[in-house]
Design a binder for this molecule. Structure first.
Ligand code: GAL
Length: 948
């Protein structure tokens, strides 16, 4: 049976061989971005080709923006799946219902368009395939959504009224190769450009620019199919193409992204070059750049924008790179396809190590036992080779690209080997990455995703199981730290391993940004919100950035974890040890400051002279004498490493690293006492506090307090919920099975003592004999109120608790909040790395972290005191403080942000224990040291009025 072109395994017909992408030369170019005419059909063959003919009148058609996805412009809807193909697995066939977008654009050539030479039409990205006509002549067709395709069009062009017609199918044989975990978003989503190709221009060129770290020499050779000259004025280089120039240079690294401007001049064209000299090699079992091993502090980046999907403008790409640089990220894996080529220019310019990954994933074949996997079926090999070549040829001239990746999650097969062989032959200058083959047959790096700490440590030690040859390869975690919802936890423990074992060369957090689609009713939509089936829910929102690119607490924590400078010391002794964790840069770009804090407020500050420290080296410096020492005050030094001067990615003063060094601990809370509880009018009075007859606090000094009692429940996080496809129950499933979301509070006794009111209760879920004996002991000195709570577990608790502490409501208390403790952002036991101790001000609404799918959030750690709604709470043990305008039950029930409707009570949690976060939405759970296991807890809080 003859299949139509879109169901054919071939990569396409009629396209030019792939070549290097560059932003601009002196050859004329015409952008064909902008409004196009658009018509959507439900099937691939619903319409004939008449629209491509000259003179066709598209007056009845809609308009659409190119670049863009039609499903984000009012035509059809997006569909999200993680691994599953959203259509029957019957390669290369696709469904009859195959949304098909016909695109039409009429354009004139600019008046000064050159007459001589020819022209090519370039498509930088079309999902999932395209068939192209110009002025009624069919040019050909292509697949490979995130890859560039060009057609030669010279003789077909006319000065005016050129008709460009493109038919795009949502589904094609190529869809089988593009099963990445993301929205399926059809359309012409990257630029369309007409490029003049002057006579005598190069079809392609390859910039080879290596660096010899022993001699400091850069070697430049530009290969091209036509003769030309290569000049780099700053280096005095002026050589013919194919000829080598060796000159002393400053090398390119991600930390020091030195580029030299040059020109490749051929008879027809002057192409600007941005040359970075660097050499990448795997030597002694390590990935080395310019002779030194590198530590990758990376993220996986999908291209995403909440309104435009994978159609990104330059500003958005730049924003991504700036945000990465400002958060100490030094590496990016272009998961799971080559990005818009301009993104790589930014990586060259601003400095990021790049793993450039091919547009290839066949993950959905796991569902059928990998039967028919295209990467192990020779019929598909030409398509795979085409994809490999299109990536390598397009991106080969970027110094930032240090590794090629064959693709993601394709299983194993001969096609991958063919790709690897081709890439090695074409570009021996870059090692190969692929995670999906544990034998590492085709790769130079052992790469894994989501391996737990213990396994990573054994790999670091070289005691891991597996093929002997693999033990000699460098190791990276190409994905770890699954940033879905609140979290990820466990990052510091990974970083410690990376810094301990040389072979562990770092990792890439999954992933950069939540793919939530802006939605009028849901805020941000995720899988299933468009009625699509099958779908994978909010698994598509697992980034360090919220969809609007606001950093989540996970990114702030990651920045702290991967600081390239370690600051440690002894606050009492006034000594600071500074270690340079850069691989190449010394510390001369940083200026150090100190601040001396008394009870969380800075009382003095200054600069700290730090000598230049070479990479990998440390130095010790003295702090000035401590300025004051308040009686009973808590004092500490805060030392910060800041950019000494503005850089291309952040202004001078930007904080790169910091540490706090405690000096004196604060006073211990004085215990008030002396007031006797009395019964009055069916109530109990204790100093300024009123309780009902059951000992429930009703008010304190005129403030109404609602429902104060012990609380153990939290709205499960995505990490608590774990991976739905795993057979073992997640911690949240175990909590719900036990009934921790619906514990009952039984009142056992109300005891009026001489100077205390004691209320005893048992807190336990139905249908279980596990429980918590709770004693609330209330005391007052006449103005303040002291609450001491004992919580004693009964029975054999084999499940950690979500939280242990008290919660209460303060009617009408929405508004400002102050606290002395960790801040400014949210922190949990294993995500608290970036919590800076100080006095912080915020308000209840701003304390909320707006996870796309609502879940437990917003805790502030180590709170010595907090003020909210006129109440001040002092605590001797630094509890976690949370305040929100809805209950945990509401939070738990909410599916999208707008479901959280503020009530008129602020609910405060003061938790003496919180279960950690972990990374179990895809990866290891909470490490044992962060589990909240049942034990005897005793904690106390003093309540007073703020007078506000
Ligand atoms: C990996 C995959 C990613 C993403 C992640 C979970 O298996 O490579 O694309 O699906 O898991 O979010």
């Amino acid at each position: 049976m003859d299949l139509p072109h879109h169901e054919d395994v071939s990569p396409g017909t009629g396209t030019l061989p792939p070549r290097s992408w560059y932003a601009a030369s002196d050859a004329a170019a015409l952008s064909l971005n902008g409004p196009w005419r658009f018509r959507l059909s439900p099937t691939a063959d619903a319409q004939d080709d008449a629209f491509a003919a000259d003179g066709y009148d598209p007056a009845a058609w809609d308009q659409i923006a190119v670049p863009g996805h039609w499903v984000l412009q009012g035509h059809g809807a997006p569909h999200y799946t993680n691994q599953l193909y959203p259509f029957p697995v019957d390669p290369p066939r696709v469904p009859t219902e195959n949304p098909t977008g016909d695109h039409l654009r009429v354009f004139d050539l600019p008046a000064d368009w050159p007459e001589r030479g020819t022209a090519v039409l370039r498509f930088d990205g079309v999902e999932s395939c395209a068939r192209v006509w110009l002025n009624g002549t069919e040019l050909g067709d292509f697949k490979g959504s995130r890859l560039a395709h060009e057609f030669t069009v010279g003789p077909l062009l006319r000065p005016e009224g050129n008709v460009l017609a493109v038919r795009v199918h949502q589904w094609s044989a190529g869809s089988y190769l593009e099963d990445q975990d993301q929205w399926w978003l059809p359309g012409i989503f990257r630029d369309v450009t007409l490029l003049h190709r002057p006579e005598g221009c190069a079809a392609d060129f390859f910039v080879h620019s290596s660096y010899d770290h022993r001699t400091g020499t850069g070697t430049l050779r530009v290969d091209s199919d036509v003769q030309g000259r290569v000049t780099v004025p700053e280096l005095g280089v002026d050589v013919a193409t194919g000829e080598e120039a060796a000159v002393p240079v400053r090398p390119w690294t991600a930390e020091t992204p030195r580029l030299y401007d040059g020109v490749l001049a051929t008879a027809g064209e002057r192409i600007p070059l941005r040359v970075g000299f660097r050499t990448v090699a795997v030597e002694d079992g390590l990935i080395k750049v310019n002779g030194r091993p590198v530590l990758l502090r990376g993220v996986n980046r999908h291209e995403f924008h909440p309104e435009t999907g994978r159609a990104l403008d330059l500003e958005t790409m730049r924003a991504d790179v700036l945000l990465m640089k400002r958060h100490n990220i030094n590496a990016v894996r272009t998961s799971h396809y080559p990005p818009h080529p301009a993104f790589l220019d930014l990586c060259d310019e601003l400095g990021l190590w790049v793993i450039d990954e091919c547009d290839l994933e066949t993950h959905g074949f796991t569902a059928v036992g990998w039967r028919g996997n295209p990467v192990d079926d020779d019929r598909w090999t030409p398509a795979l080779l085409d994809r490999a070549a299109r990536m390598v040829e397009r991106d080969k001239n970027h110094p930032s690209v240090v590794l090629w990746s064959l693709g993601n999650e394709c299983g194993t097969g001969r096609g991958l080997t063919a790709m690897a062989d081709w890439i090695r032959a074409r570009d021996p200058g870059r090692p190969l990455h692929y995670e999906g083959d544990r034998s590492c047959a085709d790769t130079d790096v052992y790469s894994r995703m989501y391996a737990d700490h213990a396994e990573v440590e054994s790999i670091g030690r070289g005691t891991d199981e597996g093929p002997e040859a693999r033990r000699h390869l460098p190791f990276i975690l190409c994905e770890y730290g699954h940033a879905m919802g609140n979290g990820p936890g466990g990052l510091s423990e990974y970083q410690r391993l990376f810094e301990t074992y040389e072979r562990l060369q770092g990792g890439f957090v999954w992933e950069w940004i939540d793919h939530g689609i802006a939605h009028p009713a849901y805020g941000y939509a995720y899988g299933g919100d468009f009625g699509e089936r099958p779908h994978d829910g909010n698994f598509v929102c697992d980034g360090l950035l919220f969809p609007d690119r606001t950093p989540s607490p996970g990114l702030v924590a990651y920045k702290k974890v991967i600081e390239p400078v370690r600051i440690e010391g002894d606050g009492r002794a006034g000594t600071v040890r500074i270690t340079n964790l850069h691989d190449f840069a010394d510390l001369s770009h940083l200026a150090f400051t100190w601040s001396y804090d008394v009870d969380g407020e800075s009382v003095a500050d200054g600069t700290l002279a730090v000598p230049t420290v070479a990479p990998g080296e440390s130095t010790e410096v003295k702090l000035p004498p401590a300025p004051t020492r308040g009686k009973d005050a808590e004092t500490r030094w805060t030392v910060r490493a800041r950019l000494a001067r503005g850089t291309a990615w952040a202004p001078g003063g930007h904080v790169v690293a910091w540490a706090q060094l405690p000096v004196e601990v604060g006073m211990i809370l004085p215990v008030p006492g002396g007031t006797a509880p009395v019964r009055e009018d069916g109530r109990i009075r204790l100093g300024p506090a009123a309780f009902d007859a059951h000992g429930t606090l009703l008010s304190f000094g005129g403030l109404t307090v609602e429902g104060l009692r012990v609380d153990v429940w939290r709205a499960p996080t995505d990490n608590d919920n774990g991976m739905p496809w795993r057979p073992e129950p997640s911690v949240a499933a175990r909590w719900r099975a036990l009934g921790l979301d619906r514990v009952q509070h039984r009142l056992d006794a109300v005891e009026l003592g001489e100077d205390a009111l004691t209320v005893r209760s048992r807190v336990a879920p139905a249908a279980s004999d596990l429980g918590l004996r709770v004693a609330y002991r209330w005391q007052s000195d006449g103005t303040r109120l002291l609450l001491t709570v004992d919580v004693v577990p009964e029975g054999a608790w084999t499940v950690p608790l979500p939280r242990v502490g008290i919660r209460f409501g303060l009617p009408g208390a929405a508004g400002p909040v102050r606290w002395f403790g960790g801040g400014p952002g949210e922190a949990y036991p294993d995500t608290a790395q970036a919590a800076l101790v100080g006095v912080w001000e915020s308000d209840v609404d701003a304390l909320q972290t707006p996870y796309v799918r609502p879940q437990e959030n917003g805790a502030r750690p180590d709170v010595r005191w907090a003020e909210v709604g006129g109440l001040r709470i002092d605590s001797d043990h630094g509890p976690w403080f949370t305040a929100r305008r809805w209950t945990t039950e509401h939070l738990d029930a909410a599916r999208h942000r707008p479901d959280l409707v503020p009530g008129d009570t602020v609910w405060v949690n003061l938790d003496s224990g919180l279960h950690g976060i972990g990374s179990q939405s895809c990866g290891p759970g909470v490490l044992p040291q962060y589990e909240l296991t049942a034990t005897h807890w005793r904690f106390s809080h003093t309540f007073s009025l703020t007078g506000r």
